[in-house]
Design a protein around this ligand. Structure first.
Ligand code: FES
Length: 94
């Protein structure tokens, strides 16, 4: 099953990604506004805001988010997202 990843930055068209596949494997600087660094949930480079009902962050991701965006319940690390439905990514809001 594919899900649609949309971006608040309208310059980038929506992308179809298979369920549970890593956004870090599909999003590039050419097709999205999201930047990646470590891709392991440590550096925070991929910090985004997500609109969509995806699984809660793991304990490890939650610890990083608590430091980077403590008051934003929509903040997520793009490299750690488990894609289980269509989402909207706001990469310029944090
Ligand atoms: S790329 Fe480093 S935390 Fe996601």
């Amino acid at each position: 099953m594919n899900y649609t990843v949309r971006f608040s930055n309208q310059k980038f068209p929506p992308i179809q990604i298979k369920a549970h596949e890593s956004l870090a494997d599909h999003l590039t600087t050419q097709n999205s506004p999201v930047l990646f660094g470590c891709r392991t949930g440590l550096c925070g480079t991929c910090l985004i805001e997500v609109i969509g009902d995806i699984p809660d962050p793991t304990k490890e991701e939650a610890e990083v988010l608590q430091i980077l965006a403590p008051n934003n319940p929509r903040a997520r690390l793009a490299c750690q997202i488990d894609l289980t439905q269509d989402i909207l990514i706001k990469s310029d809001a944090i």
